[in-house]
Design a protein around this ligand. Structure first.
Ligand code: UDP
Length: 319
């Protein structure tokens, strides 16, 4: 099959390109390198089944030419990372809403199947755990930029479902929960690459809030395998799936674990949210997905536990 990955030079997108090529597909990537990197796809450039274009998905003409030649689309191009969204609210909103509109509108012409990458952020500040796909979204006020990301991704989901219901466009929506692993940059705020880099450089470890907030981290390989399986099964069309891990850890415990594993002498520095992000910043104190739906649908399984994920990231940064 010929498959287009928008955001294919990004962290998840580039691993997806590896996995689809390994399955024998021909892969087309478009990426504007805003948060992606050419380094992520360098190893693929000699592969005759790999094609890439450094450009924006906002260019309708260019996208029209690309979409025409493929059989399937994985739409991952988006502004991501809490820090990045807060620093670039306008660009983030535009890319995350208009970009998805363009992809869905063009795919609808030949009805190619589209995977729409969404996020656990759409659940907002819930106090119900684990979070299931049937749960409501509890989003904060518009003055807090963080919530613009959740709202943009919710709009992407609404758009995809509207195309599915009204136009019979085959879509699959995946909500990613704290994905990490090799190639994830520390630049856009994600906690594991940041802590690993800080520990290895002997800088203090920046724990935001009181460190009691918790997350579940999933390895990108497991997430990519789950994503592809969802796209391979027709029963998943028109559905939304959580994709991630349900192994929970507090951010303080994560910092300690990374210090131990890197044998670092760095100190933990507690930084208030308002200083780290923006005035009035709100964090989720817990975020745990229910993975029952994806397990039932495609026998989703995790090969990496948290320890092996961190070891993997440390190895990547050492290299
Ligand atoms: N965090 C932190 N220090 C950092 C970066 C992040 O303590 O240098 C915290 C952040 O406030 C959140 C958690 O780690 O509670 C996960 O942050 P990340 O940005 O990786 O993902 P999020 O779950 O916020 O989307």
């Amino acid at each position: 099959m010929k498959i287009l990955i928008t955001g294919g030079a990004g962290f998840i997108g580039s691993h997806l390109a590896d996995a689809l090529l390994a399955r024998g597909h021909e892969v087309y990537v478009i990426d504007d390198l805003s948060t992606g990197s050419i380094e992520n796809i360098k190893h693929l450039m000699d592969n005759p089944k790999f094609h890439y274009r450094i450009d924006t998905i906002m260019d309708m003409m260019l996208m029209s030419d690309l979409v025409k030649v493929v059989d399937q689309i994985y739409h991952l191009a988006a502004a991501v990372g809490v820090q990045y969204i807060i620093d670039n609210p306008l660009e983030s909103l535009t890319t995350n809403v208009r970009g998805t509109e363009i992809v869905l509108e063009l795919a609808n012409k030949k009805k190619q199947k589209v995977f729409v990458a969404s996020t656990s952020e759409v659940y907002g500040k819930h106090n119900k755990f684990p979070l299931s796909e049937e749960d409501d979204s509890i989003i904060g006020k518009t003055k807090i930029s963080r919530w613009s990301y959740a709202c943009a991704k919710m709009l992407d989901e609404f758009l995809a479902l509207a195309y599915y219901r009204e136009k019979a466009l085959p879509v699959v929506i995946g909500r990613y929960f704290n994905v990490c692993g090799p190639r994830q940059s520390s630049r856009y705020g994600m906690v594991i690459p940041r802590f690993v880099k800080q520990a290895m450089m002997g800088n203090s470890i920046s724990v935001y809030g009181d460190g009691h907030q918790s997350r579940c981290f999933a390895h990108v390989s497991d997430v990519v395998e789950g994503t592809i399986r969802l796209m391979e099964k027709d029963d998943c069309i028109g559905e939304i799936y959580n994709i991630g891990s349900d192994e929970e850890i507090s951010i303080e415990a994560l910092a300690k674990k990374i210090l131990e594993k890197t044998k670092s002498k760095s100190e933990i520095e507690i930084i208030p949210y308002e200083k780290a992000y923006e005035k009035g910043f709100e964090d989720m104190m817990r975020r745990v997905p229910s993975l029952q739906k994806i397990v039932d649908a495609v026998e989703y399984e995790r090969k990496f536990d948290l320890d092996s994920i961190i070891d993997n990231v440390i190895k990547y940064h050492k290299e």
